[in-house]
Design a protein around this ligand. Structure first.
Ligand code: NAD
Length: 790
């Protein structure tokens, strides 16, 4: 074809990027030693290797050492050895190392990009223009956090040795998201790249060697699920940071329960791409190219569900089909390629299988009419229309270039369909009306929302999910917190409470309070479902009263009431502040009565009891004041956009404050939860429940909407288990003995609720240090990207 013919056909000629440098690196390197442990290149202790292939041809690129459990142990030992010196090094010293890594990557930018495309199959345009520059940006950005750590996080220290497990879809970028904040915080790391894509991690380790990273600070252990499991279960690891499927995320949640390991999970998604009738349809179509065909759709936040307003559906679908017909599927190293091969044969079969199943379930699956390369793991992009909400293509994460389309009539319906998924990673909103877009964004259950755009990322803007898309954030200030732990020593061990105290043991004749306290659900005092009560003894062992013994049904009712209480979440922060001040005022009016009750039930000296009440009032005041001050931020990423990092309530929170300081503990957990707009189901101290039940009247006349606070007395470990298993509870905070804490974590996997436990330790409720920590736990950060300019 000559130039004139080409011009008329509007057809691109081939424009291959050279892979010479990558081949040279592959050919010259000794891959029989590809574990990087304690600053040395080692073979696997059992000699095992695995193949990594070029997805464009299916040919083996090389064989890489596969880390065994013994190798993981060695890597953890190296990381432990390096930790004291690295975490004690000055912020400036760590900043210099991070900067040197970033500069080293810049020097190898082209090699990294080509190697990534060869190993993963992603088009070179993406690895060259997105993956590698963003990965470099992460190291340069986090150099700044390293230097400012002591000033910005004065009560925090490095969490310790971190085990990091990443997927194959953005091998280098996910590595950067994990390693950069960890090093900035002063942690040392053991990272496992995915089995399909180990190469850029190996090259990265070489760059680190040259950048002067001290031995043992970064350890790279390639391998598959077994290596991952060895990391998860290694007792010397203090935190696990995992990115991958929700299925494996749940396994890891269960396996780390009770270990005290800090955990962040970045999991799958089924993100909505919502097009309103006033959207610029051509821009939306280009957005879709980035949303679902970027990286062959193997993107956790891919806009895989297109929700389009009925009135423009036909017009948009026609444009999408036309655009799909022009997508270029082919060699990843060709600079004109839009869609490369999938990463592996197994992934290809999975995607094809899901498309067939979606079609069998009634979806109309359309594919453009072009021929695929004869070798490699290529698949045609698919547009599925007529997709019912229950169709597998609407519910399952396909992780391929498959777009499921649904229509909606109005805003409410769009929001409802968008939220009709167990995931909550990201969403895009397309509308020329910024009022509409900013009205819809907060109503979407997603950690990231892009307005008139998609797949925008930056190191300064946190990324992470709601619901089963996991918890924790990567990037930004919030990402740093994932690698930090409080400097304060943990409290004393909590001894398991004996259930005997709950059983009637003969007759008690001295009753100082002649009534049985009920439960408080939906703004009403109600009898427990089972009609049982338990005796409450004072410090001298005399009967002080009876308290209702809540059960599973009572917790269910309380959760339903908390969920139904829309008024609290919708109230302005200023309204919430006023109500909490009012609560404090009313409690102060009855301070003497509460102090007497505390003294009677806990045996505290009158002065100490009064001090607990006064501090509870002070804490309510603090959180009332924070209601409209613990706010989000605005980021200015290096693109024409602002990112609004909004603090949103987690939702329905279960709180179990334990027996110490029964009034102060309860208030210290309930107040920040309420201040941030959550609704609460509290299980108060079992030893002194009458302190909590005494609050019912205070709550009733403090203008707190019915259902915002629900209190279920009973046996905390049983009720905690019910809360943990309940899939309509979004978060759970537990101060209890170790077994109850472990159980709360294990049983939370159903909906991956956000669980915080004291890990069997007591909390010093008199300290103000916990105030902001609980406020942070009470919110999910949603990053809303708002681009500007023409
Ligand atoms: P995967 O869960 O199968 O594997 C991820 C990693 O975990 C791999 O390194 C794998 O070897 C390891 N692994 C597998 N089983 C393990 C176990 N039992 N214990 C410990 N480690 C184990 O996921 P994948 O197929 O490699 O990646 C695709 C998934 O990753 C998708 O669901 C995608 O949405 C998700 N993802 C999420 C994000 C995010 O930021 N939320 C980013 C990229 C990818």
């Amino acid at each position: 074809m000559n130039i004139l013919e080409r011009f008329h056909a509007m057809e691109y000629g081939p424009a291959p990027e050279s892979r010479e440098e990558a081949d040279l690196w592959l050919g010259s390197r000794d891959f029989s030693k590809s574990l990087y442990i304690a600053g040395e290149w080692r073979a696997a202790s059992d000699g095992k290797t695995f193949e990594t292939r070029d997805p464009a041809t299916g040919k083996v690129l090389t064989k890489v050492s596969e880390a065994s459990k013994a190798d993981v142990d060695a890597a953890v030992a190296a990381a432990q050895k390096a930790l004291p010196k690295w975490s004690a090094s000055s912020g400036f010293d760590r900043a210099k190392v991070l900067y040197a890594i970033g500069r080293g990557m810049q020097r190898h930018q082209r090699l990294l990009a080509v190697l990534e495309s060869v190993d993963n199959g992603k088009p070179i345009r993406e690895s060259r223009d997105v993956d590698v520059p963003l990965a470099i940006r992460h190291f340069l950005y986090h150099a700044g956090w390293a230097q400012t750590l002591d000033k910005e996080f004065p009560d925090q220290k490095a969490v310790g040795v971190v085990g990091q497990i990443i997927p194959w879809n953005f091998p280098l970028l996910m590595l950067a998201w994990k390693i950069a904040p960890a090093l900035a915080a002063g942690c040392t790391v053991v990272l496992k790249p995915a089995e399909f894509t180990p190469l850029t991690a190996i090259l990265f380790a070489e760059i680190c060697e040259r950048a002067g990273v001290p031995k043992g600070v970064i350890n790279i252990v390639p391998g598959g699920p077994e290596t991952g499991e060895a990391i998860v279960n290694q007792p010397g690891i203090d935190k696990i940071a995992f990115t991958g499927s929700s299925e494996v995320g749940k396994i890891i949640r269960r396996e780390t329960a009770g270990s005290g390991k800090k955990l962040s999970l970045e999991l799958g998604g089924k993100s909505a791409f919502i097009v309103f009738e006033d959207a610029d349809l051509d821009s939306a179509v280009e957005g879709l190219v980035d949303g679902i065909w970027f990286n062959q759709g193997q993107v956790c936040c891919a806009g895989s569900r297109l929700l389009v307003q009925e009135s423009v559906a036909d017009a948009l679908i026609a444009k999408v089909k036309q655009r799909m017909s022009r997508l270029r599927v082919g060699a990843p190293l060709d600079k004109n390629t839009d869609i490369g091969p999938l990463v592996d044969k197994t992934q290809l079969e999975r995607v094809k299988g899901l498309v067939s199943e979606g079609a069998a379930q009634g979806a109309d699956c359309w594919q453009p009419d072009f021929t695929l390369p004869s070798s490699g793991y290529f698949v045609l992009p698919t547009l599925a229309t007529g997709v019912s909400p229950s169709n597998i293509l609407a519910q399952e994460e396909v992780f391929g270039p498959v777009l499921a389309t649904m229509t909606f009539r109005n805003q409410d319906e769009a929001i409802e369909i968008a939220n009709n998924t167990r995931y909550g990673l990201a969403a895009s909103i397309w509308s020329e009306n910024i009022n509409v877009a900013l009205h819809v964004a907060p109503q979407l259950k997603a950690g990231v929302v892009w307005i008139n755009g998609t797949n925008m990322f930056d190191a300064a803007c946190g990324f992470g999910g709601y619901r089963e898309s996991g918890f924790g954030r990567e990037g930004g200030r919030e990402g740093m917190l994932e690698y930090l732990a409080p400097k304060a020593a943990p409290g004393a061990e909590i001894k398991p409470a004996s259930k005997a105290g709950f059983q009637r043991q003969g007759d008690y004749d001295i009753l100082s309070i002649d009534r049985t306290a009920k439960l408080f659900i939906g703004g009403k005092q109600v009898r427990p479902d089972g009609n049982y009560s338990f005796p409450v003894l004072d410090k001298k062992g005399k009967l002080a009263g009876e308290s209702g013994q809540g059960n599973r049904k009572d917790i269910r009712d309380a959760v339903a009431a908390a969920r139904a209480c829309k008024a609290w979440g919708e109230a302005t922060a200023y309204n919430r502040a006023q109500v909490l001040y009012y609560f404090a005022e009313n409690l102060s009016g009855r301070a003497a009565e509460f102090a007497a009750r505390l003294a009677q039930l806990t045996g505290a000296a009158p002065q100490a009891a009064r001090a607990e009440v006064d501090l509870s009032i002070e804490r309510l005041f603090y959180h009332a004041g924070m209601s409209d001050k613990f706010e989000g931020r605005v980021h200015q990423p290096p693109s024409r956009a602002v990112t609004l990092a909004l603090n949103e309530p987690v939702g329905v929170l279960g709180v179990v404050p334990g027996d110490d300081a029964p009034l102060l503990g309860l208030i210290s957990m309930v107040a920040p939860a309420l201040a941030m707009g959550n609704t609460v189901v509290a299980v108060p101290s079992a030893r002194s429940p009458l302190v909590a039940t005494g609050l019912y009247e205070v709550i009733e006349y403090s203008d707190i909407p019915a259902g915002a606070i629900n209190i279920v007395t009973g046996y905390p470990s049983e009720l905690t288990a019910v809360l943990a298993k309940h899939d309509d509870v979004d978060g759970l905070w537990v101060v209890a003995e170790a077994d109850t804490c472990t159980y709360a974590e294990v049983e939370s996997v159903g909906n991956l609720k956000r669980v915080w436990t004291s890990n069997g330790r007591a909390i010093d409720w008199t300290s103000d240090a916990h105030n902001d920590t609980f406020l942070r736990r009470a919110v999910e950060i949603k990053n809303v990207w708002v681009p500007y300019g023409d």
